[in-house]
Ligand binder design. Sequence first.
Ligand code: ITT
Length: 196
Amino acid sequence: ERLCLATHNAGKAREVAALLAEHGIEVVTAGELGLPVPEETETSFIGNATLKAKAAAGASGMVSLADDSGFSVAALDGAPGVYTADWAEQPDGSRDYAAAMAKVERLARHSPDRKAWFSCALVLAWPDGHVEAFLGEAPGEWVWPPRGAQGFGYDPIFVPAGESRTFAEMDPARKHAISHRAAAFRQLKAACLPHG
Ligand code: ITT
């Protein structure tokens, strides 16, 4: 079985590929296939994941899986949320996550409320237009300064509920057991992957 992974983000691709590999599913990414990057015009994780999965299924003719995810801070009314990647975007198109994390700290440091969460929408799209959508969350707190070098994106400033280490301080297997991506994947698995 081969699936198109509708992402151009290497960190995500690594995590989703690892989750799928346990089920014997091989992936090829939209980046590897040279598919165009669709513009994310929706205002929800599910909306953007649907748009990316459908675009990849249409262009590749393969069953395609998209991940739209983000980081939310309670004191910022859920920002950056669907704009999590945009907060890291530089004028030259590259991404600076140290700057994005510093922006979170600058805007949220005055609030005693440190609650934060990651969200992950996973959408599977078939070439015939059928879609299945799943949403997972990981609750926790944001911390400052950033800690750890594993993972990607905003992992160095997020400590999941009940843990003392940031996602970036955990080994990948631990993050995979408790992450927003793992929560969404468990639902996808229950609904779509053959059992036994
Ligand atoms: P694709 O659309 O090509 O998949 P993207 O990076 O643009 O890649 P999103 O629009 O979904 O993806 O943006 C997600 C943002 O949230 C991005 O900046 C990530 O770094 C961040 N993010 C998502 N999951 C994360 C995780 O598990 N740990 C840390 N940061 C994460």
